[in-house]
Write a protein that binds this ligand. Structure first.
Ligand SMILES: Cc1ncc(C[n+]2csc(CCOP(=O)(O)OP(=O)(O)O)c2C)c(N)n1
Ligand code: SF4
Ligand SMILES: [Mg+2]
Length: 312
């Protein structure tokens, strides 16, 4: 059974007074991740909102040793730290439970700029948890499009709306044959918490991607962050799933959509809540553009349903 929000531990690894926007989904997600990981962990971050938010030593906003690394290098830097810890253990220089190595990286640093190093780390199955908090754009630098930006979305580099669909990064990671892959989002904190607890117990490379609706980039009212996250799931624009050793299972409420017990909500309502789709919705070809987005979602649901049937 999924852990309820009331059952989450009191431990706080994200400290008050950090520099994130109010209602920041990345920070909310990190708070839940902190409850699952505890304090015995080493954090690696690439340039992003989470770096800009954390402040400077000795007044760091996150209660872990945190290493600020180059954009392209989360995978390789995580591997280096993980191997260093293994060697220290072998030589008896590290006693007790070794710290969990985790990368905390935006979608720009995962889907695009850091993909090569992540792919190589996954192929080697190096021992770390790689989190992608996905706000579907390069938010920290003023909202440019990334490989995670959905079709139709306005960004400063897609002024007429992005023409291409987003890629399915979690599935790409699954195809690296790593032991654990999961998706999550902030409206389902118990689901995220349970997935991180599980990932922590598994050796090798674990990939967890968290949809993080960012009010600034998506252009909605700040207090609606969690609602937006829930609407993404209910419309099927974001599917909650996990894969243990390659076997995919879906989590509620996505499992109901996948099994056909519940229809996904039409995407219109979700799109209309977000200013980043406003130009598209006002254009003369609005109906066709909405149908394209709905088509992307329907195709993804159908594909994941079939992909989940393949087990070895
Ligand atoms: C090599 C390099 N290119 C560009 C930048 C500028 N930069 C800093 S943060 C950022 C955006 C990161 O986007 P993402 O990884 O999605 O994280 P988010 O800002 O959305 O949290 C960029 C482009 C940089 N620091 N280093
Ligand atoms: S711009 Fe978005 S992701 Fe960045 S700190 Fe603000 S709410 Fe968080
Ligand atoms: Mg981003």
């Amino acid at each position: 059974m999924t852990t309820s929000i009331k059952q989450l531990p009191d431990i706080e690894q994200v400290l008050s007074g950090n520099g994130a926007c109010g209602g920041c989904p990345a920070t909310m997600a990190l708070r839940i991740v902190g409850k699952a990981l505890g304090s015995n962990a080493i954090m690696l971050l690439t340039p992003s909102c989470s770096v800009a938010s954390m402040g400077m030593t000795p007044k760091l906003g996150y209660n872990w040793p945190a290493i600020n690394i180059c954009f392209a290098t989360a995978g390789s830097s995580g591997s280096g730290i993980a191997h260093a810890l293994e060697i220290m253990q072998e030589k008896g220089r590290l006693q007790g439970e070794p710290p969990t190595v985790f990368c905390w990286v935006g979608d720009g640093g995962t889907y695009d700029i850091g993909f090569q190093a992540l792919s190589a780390a996954a192929e080697r199955n190096d021992n770390m948890i790689f989190f992608c908090y996905n706000n579907e754009a390069y938010s920290n630098t003023g909202v440019q499009r990334s490989g995670a930006t959905p079709r139709g979305s306005f960004t400063t580099t897609t002024p007429a709306g992005k023409r291409q669909p987003k890629k399915n990064m979690a599935l790409l990671m699954l195809e690296h044959n790593i032991p654990y892959v999961a998706t999550a989002t902030v409206a389902y904190p118990g689901d995220l918490y349970d997935k991180v607890v599980k990932a922590k117990s598994i050796p090798g490379l674990k990939y967890i991607e968290i949809l993080a609706p960012c009010y600034l980039g998506w252009q909605f009212d700040m207090p609606e962050t969690v609602q937006m996250s829930r609407m993404a799931v209910r419309s099927g624009a974001w599917l909650l799933w996990e894969a243990d050793n390659g076997k995919i299972s879906f989590n509620n409420p996505s499992s109901l959509i996948i099994s056909g017990k519940k229809d996904a909500a039409p995407v219109d309502e979700y799109l209309m809540k977000q200013g980043r789709f406003k130009r598209l919705l006002k254009g003369p070809d609005a109906d066709q553009r909405i149908a394209e987005i709905q088509g992307d979602i329907d195709r993804e649901i159908a594909f994941m349903r079939e992909r989940a049937k393949i087990t070895f």
